[in-house]
Design a protein around this ligand. Sequence first.
Ligand SMILES: Cc1ncc(COP(=O)(O)O)c(C=O)c1O
Length: 385
Amino acid sequence: MSYLMSNYAPLKVNFVKGEGCYLTDDKGDKYLDALSGVGVVNLGHCHKEITKAIQNQAGTLLHTSNWYHIKHQEDLAAKLCKLANMDNAFFGNSGAEANEAAIKIARLHARANNIDNPVILSANQSFHGRTMATLSATGNEKVQSGFTPLLSEFIHINFNDIDAINAHTDNNNIVAIMLEPIQGESGVIMPDSDYLNKVQKICNDNNYLLILDEVQTGIGRTGKLFAHQYNNITPDVLTLAKGLGNGVPIGACLAKGKASKLLTPGSHGSTFGGNPLVCKTAITVLDIIEKDNILDNCIKMGEYLASAFKAKFANTEKVVEIRSKGLMLAIELNQDCSGLLQKALENNLLINITGKSIRLLPPLIINQDEADTIITKICSLVDAL
Ligand SMILES: Cc1ncc(COP(=O)(O)O)c(C=O)c1O
């Protein structure tokens, strides 16, 4: 009997130790982690420099309050804003909280423009979190099921469909468009390469805020620090979490221009958000990404994995499509493959299954031997289907 609520259905394995791309369970068995705690542990488990930074900070100062000046928070905000070409930052504890802040900024943008019933366009098959506002933004009825009434301010449009957005531009209540650059939870769904540029033009022409949710695609996952940098655009609002703390809970909402001027003292906050421990950790994460050329490795190993899978699966009708950007990969099959999750675990490999797709988000530090192990194991799992 478990005293935990039943909202998860965990696999029967208990990990007790992590190192680099590997986890070890309580029986001493080692597993190759091709999921990184769902895109979180981008620099691998228990990275030595990050562990040291956490230990030092934990022994110096964990928490004060946002009622006082926090130097590491200022430094992290400056670093992120310089890297993302944004103006300022708010810190929470998760992706959902980062997106909540973004949605509240959109509401204030509405107030500033005398719009009383603001509407945000977000995409079908999107995922933005589990709080009531982010659940309402999420375009997935399965995730929303049981939780109505939702916030009515979201209209869901088809992803990668500019006409679907243009069909709403005569609605004067629209204040923002909120999108993932690549839809992660729905199986690494990629838009056309110029989609975000076109969306940004619509936002500029109509005074909408462009809110990009890079909770999953950010912090190097796609081979650029932020996926939207492939489009050479700057959003009005950018949300981050997952890889930012490499396992320490932190979310960030960055804003630019008019969007950066809307929050005022007392208008938003978080008790834990941006405390010295998480900010020092995130600064260390960003330093390592730069110093160790992590983005180069991400691109190199992402291309290595994708081209190996394309070659191996070229002549099998079981594989419908391989989608990848950096180390965000999906192999879409022609059949339900939910059973592969357990089979992969039995083969000491951690993956995710999303619909008919195998989803891989390995640590960005992965080397060629580890990539070869993933390729061999995935190929034999697919062959056995
Ligand atoms: C794109 C995106 N946004 C938001 C979230 C929610 O993040 P969190 O679970 O940290 O609240 C996720 C989580 O998977 C995500 O992938």
